[in-house]
Design a protein around this ligand. Structure first.
Ligand code: GLU
Length: 303
């Protein structure tokens, strides 16, 4: 079964009366300006066939989907699993409470605290945590025109008090080694990267193909590390609704408050959907439902 185009068209027709449902993220002022009716979806198969519908070529703010790429960059770092855990948090992605009683070790690399630690690891390794991440994302997706949105980064910086508190709190536990302001600046920029559904699906192909991207001659990860990342996406990738998401969709996925969700089916396809209206936990409301429909209609899920 791989006539994905007719399934995408069917889903689009079925869901289009509901475009705009959910609430766009308003805590970052620039994100509050996005039209909630926008919708795009792209599927790329392991052998490179691309299917798309709606605004699949329109770049949007990837926000926490960037955590998938930054984690990938540090998978080989020996300190990684001493400095962050790999359990679902059961708490909001920006919670400070858990960090206090767990002594500054974030539950996993996909909550904000964990992603800040990952950014710090990148900074220690490369001496620069901003451009190296952008270049990495460009290379794994084969798209040289991907960029930061500096307005979104500045907008988040201007109101990012909780992330700042978290980064300084991590520093107090010794779990940020570098300059906190440099880590935060890099983190806000990673979140501001703009990519389209097509670009994100392409970027996700290495997770479909056991660590190999068709756009990069050397493997990005080995097969074991790729398994680890996909497992973390399944257990920690969709905020504090990860159980419900796995139940409905049945695929490893990473979401962001820009309304994007990137999901992968190993050996088969990467799929990205974008609908900016979020549900109460911060996942794209229609995006979750679309992926649920997609795995049901295609019969393709990891279960
Ligand atoms: N930049 C956002 C924040 O730190 C990312 C949130 C997200 O997409 O989960 O709040």
């Amino acid at each position: 079964m791989d006539d994905y185009q007719s399934i995408l068209d069917e889903i689009y027709t079925e869901l289009s009366p509901r475009f705009g449902e959910g609430h766009v993220a308003t805590y970052i002022p620039e994100l509050a300006k996005i039209e909630p009716q926008k919708f795009g979806m792209a599927v790329i198969t392991a052998d490179g066939r691309l299917f798309q519908v709606g605004r699949a070529d329109e770049p949007f703010s990837i926000q926490s989907i960037s955590k998938l790429f930054t984690l990938t960059m540090v998978m080989g770092e020996p300190a990684l699993w001493q400095r962050t855990g790999r359990e679902p948090s059961g708490n909001a992605f920006n919670s400070l409470v858990q960090l206090e009683y767990e002594n500054g070790i974030p539950r996993n690399p996909f909550i904000n605290a964990g992603a800040l630690v990952v950014t710090d690891l990148i900074l220690s390794k490369h001496g620069n945590a901003k451009e190296v991440v952008l270049n990495f994302v460009r290379r794994i997706s084969g798209q040289s025109d991907i960029s930061f949105n500096f307005t979104v980064a500045a907008s988040e910086e201007s109101v990012g008090f909780r992330n700042k508190a978290m980064a300084y709190f991590l520093k107090s536990f010794g779990n940020i080694k570098g300059d906190v302001e440099v880590v935060l600046d890099a983190y806000f920029h990673h979140c501001s990267i703009e990519m389209s559904c097509v670009q994100l699906a392409k970027a996700g192909l290495f997770l479909v193909n056991h660590g190999k991207s068709p756009y990069w001659s050397v493997p990005i990860l080995n097969a074991r590390e790729t398994k680890y990342i996909n497992s973390l996406m399944l257990t920690c990738g969709t905020y504090d609704a990860v159980g419900d998401f796995a139940y409905q969709v049945g695929l490893p996925a990473k979401s962001g408050v820009g309304g994007g969700i990137l999901a992968v089916m190993p050996d088969q396809f990467a799929v990205c959907v974008w609908s900016p209206g979020l549900n109460d936990v911060g996942n794209s409301l229609l995006g979750t439902q679309v992926l649920s429909l997609f795995t049901t209609k295609t019969g393709m899920s990891i279960f």
